[in-house]
Ligand binder design. Sequence first.
Ligand code: SAM
Ligand code: SF4
Length: 338
Amino acid sequence: MGRPMPLEGPLEDAFGRRIRNLRVSLIDRCNFRCTYCMPAEGLEWLPRDEILTFDEIERLVRLAVTLGIDEIRLTGGEPTLRPQLPELIARLSAIPGLKSLALTTNGFLLRKLVPDLAAAGLTRINVSLDTLDAHKFAAITRRNAIKAVLDGLEALEEVPSIHPIKVNAVAVRGFTTDDDILAFAELARRKPYVIRFIEFMPLDADGHWDRMQVLSGDEIKRIIEAVYPLVPVRVGASSTARVYRFADGSGEMGFINPVSQPFCASCDRIRLTADGQLRTCLFSIDETNLRDPMRIGAPDSELELLLRHAIWRKELKHHINEGPSFKRASRSMSQIGG
Ligand code: SAM
Ligand code: SF4
């Protein structure tokens, strides 16, 4: 018989993984329509009253932090579309015990927001950008917006308190070319951005993902290394990225390889959807409703128990590489909060 679920102490699952990282989706809507994420016409959006309020988000984050979560990442959908985002960031960054407060954004609205985000206490940021070619950018996001994103990145260079500036690029075979990859390597050498390639996962709302479209991190790394030799950089055990620096000087690149080199064994993440459902894996097919108990008056002790039970049952691993036994997640990436 396995160990019993602990009723106190840090959050852990039945496989002994300690949970430290909570990703909170603030909104399911988005101003882009990336082909690997959403259909051109968008999705059916959540009604406003189903979305957690700032008070509800703050209460759940506060509880999670008392239980040992020390990293929060705000995401979506597009989190910068959530009205009064800096106010929420200020409220969360004031929670004692929280070590890292991060934001994942497509960067479109970033330039104007940067000073307010920094003043509110944001400490880390990931900007998604899949190509530096304006035409290809428009094709993949279905928006003519690369300049706004690059301007947003430049604005971040002015605020040392938000550091490092990470750029995440989803690589898709048949779309991402050697030229795209080398342009990113050159950007990483020229600018203080840590660029990370992410493998395409079967989380697109269209359900078009095909294994053949996965351009692996190792393939990308070989393309870069043929021109710019790389040296491994030591990272923490729960890091999702394999990180390298350029052998001849500064600049870092990372490879997040969830399909070709799954990192489930060291996963320390859980996710809260915009409508208050706790997911213990990107590929979860069930969720734990925290919103409704909270709305009918559950005390923190009850919410804690719900959290502990859900986390205890966290999925061992994803099944992307197991052929027909793979079942798609119950929601797509933008609805989960990637
Ligand atoms: N809208 C914000 C953005 O794009 O950064 C935040 C939400 S988005 C769902 C979070 C991350 O998921 C982005 O870096 C995006 O590129 C990535 N993503 C979306 N669909 C994906 C897929 N099918 N496979 C891998 N990454 C994906
Ligand atoms: Fe929007 Fe981000 Fe999905 Fe692109 S990846 S459609 S920016 S949620």
